[in-house]
Design a protein around this ligand. Sequence first.
Ligand code: C2O
Length: 552
Amino acid sequence: MLSATMPRGFAAPRAPCRSLQTLRCKATGGADRRDVLLGLGGAAAAGLLRSSSSSGGGALAAPIQAPDLRNCHPPDLPDTVSDVNCCPPCAGTAIVDFTLPPPLGLRVRPVAHLVNKEYLAKYEKAVALMKELPDDDPRSFAHQWRVHCAYCDGAFDQVGFPDLEIQIHNCWLFFPWHRFYLYFHERILGKLIGDDKFALPFWNWDAPGGMSLPAIYANKSSPLYDERRDPAHQPPFTLDLDYDGTEPTIPRPQQIDHNLMIMYRQMISGAKKKELFFGLPYHQGDQPDPGAGSVELIPHNTVHFWSGDPRQPNGEDMANFYSAARDPLFFAHHGNIDRLWSVWNGLHPGNTNFTDPDWLDASFLFYDEEARLVRVRVRDCLDTAALGYTYQDVALPWLNAKPTTEAGSPAPAAGSLPATLNQTVRVAVTRPRTSRTRQEKNAEEEVLVVEGIEVADHFSRFVKFDVFVNESQSGGGATAAAVQCAGSVAMTPHLVRPGKGRGSVKTAARFGICDLLDDIGADGDNTIAVSLVPRCAGDMVTVGGVRIEYVK
Ligand code: C2O
């Protein structure tokens, strides 16, 4: 029924890749056309310059390059998943470089829980049309969700490093990659309904009105519905931004306060420097997962976990990276993540983007609304207005939601690392500098580094542990909304292959603690007690050590 309204350009369901390639050639002429092979020259050079065992980037570092799609191979999926191929359907297609869309005025992404009927009808129609496209059309919903799977579950090698995969989470590529992903998804949806102004809705989960699953996704007869969600989390059930698999017992107003304090910590007190907000650098030749930024850890990962279906073997859909984008809710969740990037940029003059060319020139491939294979670079996505969109203006109710101080004196720290987190570990950590001036603190944030985090083989359960400084309750009774909480390590399952086999995810986490130390009156102390409190799957996690560093 809906296919009758499919606009021209979408009418050739058979062998779409071939026919679209012809389309593309007509559309772009010869000058822009490139073959994937062209991308290999520079990559091979990078491979000669850097050994695959080097990491951390140095003078010879190079940006992560768009993958060679012909080398796409079966992703590293949980054992219970056998029928998923995440590779794109048109591996041999020529590539065009991204150009900004013509300025047509801004598409305004609306708040998901406030959209009107007319908007909802358009959005549902667009998603229904996308779901009707044949699987081998790269604009189909079936392909759209696989794009996420491919970039998250090791389907692509780093160019020139066949033993290293591309992973766009747990590193500085997280925000820009997902910005582009939503951009093309939105453009395709708009094209399908012939509406250049179509904009995706966002899940405004950082404001009280948005702290439930948006009702438009919960209607069983809507194309926005996905049955693989937690049945207990249907609207108006209150969202827990700190979700760890157990349902909070506190009343809704208190849960909302708790959520706002988490937002304050993740966006403000714990995100004062670029790498704390964006995550750590990740260059060509580096191992994946160097370390996520504050918002990626919480609430990004916790909202994934909260939304997935605990009845499924791997938390499908939202609580596992390979399947997450199979739920249309994914795009509303990431709309808010993307919005928070812009919000963070505006919170403080120092909240600027990286200027490192290895970030700016990192590149990816996406299919656009004409099914052209487009190479994008991070530098092309920094200005959302240039991309033609903005967000509905909403309040930031967490701006002054400072976490509460937990009473009591700290319990002794008698533990040691490395250790497996099958129980709380409390260690004493030495601070190289104490009682710095405000100016010194602004120049260099004191950062608690939790390193050598390793998730055991076959990472298929959600992992979360909280990190406290001078926590007064040795049993981990404090909540993550307490001022003593530096943050949490939360990770959505995905597998990693070292070499060609399956392996464990290795990462680190960093927490800005200048404000925390001031708030608990510990800024003069030479030693602090750091507690690592497992919340879920602690038995799967080992931590190597905890130390202090100073970040400009
Ligand atoms: Cu790519 Cu929210 O995950």
